[in-house]
Design a protein around this ligand. Structure first.
Ligand SMILES: Cc1ncc(COP(=O)(O)O)c(C=O)c1O
Ligand SMILES: N[C@@H](CCOP(=O)(O)O)C(=O)O
Length: 347
């Protein structure tokens, strides 16, 4: 398997001194979603980023951020996180033999993500505050302690994430729309920059409309002002004051795209639909994309027949508790053949 940093060496800011590390990031499946596509009247694809090594798109950016930290002789990395950044940072730090410090909003991180950071051996701290507060303090800590911050304020993180756009383009060219969930607003900025870079290189001839979807309880890019107390079941995008807000707004504007917000109920319904009609279990934040498409369709704002790619940013297995809201537990039966047969036939 070609490593991501090698595959796109021409398009990444790597030098002969950049160590090429990898735990198998990138090259994720772009799956055609015909069951949902027919329902929506469009040609729909899902980019399954949950199949990255730590289960989210963050690995694309983390591999470059950690390689560049190593190149610069880093003494350790640090991040604030709603979960996925910390899982990814901890994994790549383990691979690179770097110390990793993680600052989480206490009680707001899905169990699977927390388990990852702990198992990969990071120093994990949970602060009694939200993600925005945690990131603010983490930025100060990085500068006071001389650590490399690996959140999306690190330009290498976002450059690495451009590779998602390159993979989509390599496979199907430039889609009409690219739909992403938006939290700290780095990924939508990175995808747009990736498409722009590819267009400049003559590899695609158009830039897709960038469509950013936020949760209604954490929608600063839709309302135009920060949320002091963001709240949503989609914990990955529970962010009230995105650090990349300006860049993301510019990307959306320049691509003639838009931001929209969807409710928690719509997100959970979309998560269930994606799993039960396409066989893809993505985490709630990722499913804001499908919820957004449903909403646009309902409002008559989804043009027929267009080619749309949803970036399914994270794996549903990271947050198994969320299913309690949606499905009943399995029905228990006696260990008796006839009882079991009866239960199956009555279904
Ligand atoms: C699964 C998932 N989806 C979407 C996002 C939002 O991405 P961004 O913060 O780059 O807007 C995040 C976190 O950042 C995430 O973990
Ligand atoms: N959802 C993110 C929030 C931090 O985003 P980042 O892109 O700035 O690292 C996470 O997984 O922590």
């Amino acid at each position: 398997m070609v490593r991501l940093l090698e595959r796109y060496v021409k398009y990444f800011p790597v030098t002969s001194g950049t160590p090429i590390i990898s735990i198998g990031e990138g090259n994720t499946p772009l799956v055609r979603l015909d069951n949902l596509g027919v329902k929506l009247g469009i040609e729909l694809y899902g980019k399954c980023e949950g199949l990255n090594p730590t289960g989210s798109f963050k690995d694309r950016g983390m591999v470059l951020a950690v390689a560049k930290a190593l190149e610069a002789g880093s003494k350790g990395i640090i991040c604030a996180s709603t979960g996925n950044t910390s899982a990814s940072a901890a994994a790549y730090a383990a691979k690179a033999k770097l110390k990793c410090h993680v600052v989480l909003p206490a009680g707001k991180v899905a169990k699977g993500k927390l388990a990852q950071a702990l198992m990969y051996g990071a120093n994990v701290l949970a602060v009694r505050g939200n993600f925005d507060v945690a990131l603010d303090m983490t930025r100060r800590l990085a500068s006071d302690l001389g650590l490399n911050i690996v959140n999306s304020v690190n330009p290498y993180r976002l450059w690495g994430q451009r590779s998602g756009a390159w993979e989509v383009s390599d496979e199907i060219g430039s889609p009409d729309w690219c739909v992403l969930p938006v939290g700290n607003a780095g990924n939508i900025t990175a995808y747009w920059a990736g498409f722009v870079q590819y267009k400049k290189a003559g590899l695609i001839d158009a830039i897709p409309k960038m469509i950013g979807v936020q949760a209604q309880g954490a929608a600063p890019l839709v309302t135009g002002k920060p949320f002091q107390n963001p709240e949503t079941v989609a914990t990955a995008i529970c962010i009230g004051n995105p650090v990349n807000a300006k860049k993301a707004m510019a990307a959306v504007k320049s691509s003639n795209g838009m931001f929209l917000a969807v409710s928690d109920e719509e997100i959970l319904q979309a998560q269930r639909d994606l799993a039960s009609s396409e066989g893809i279990f993505a985490e709630p934040a990722s499913c804001a994309t499908l919820a957004g498409l449903y909403k646009l369709k309902r409002n008559g704002d989804l043009p027929k027949g267009i080619r749309v790619v949803m970036i399914l940013t994270g794996n549903g297995l990271k947050d198994p508790m969320i299913v309690d809201y949606m499905v009943s537990p399995p029905k228990e039966v006696e260990a008796d053949f006839d009882d079991l047969k009866e239960a199956i036939m009555s279904c």
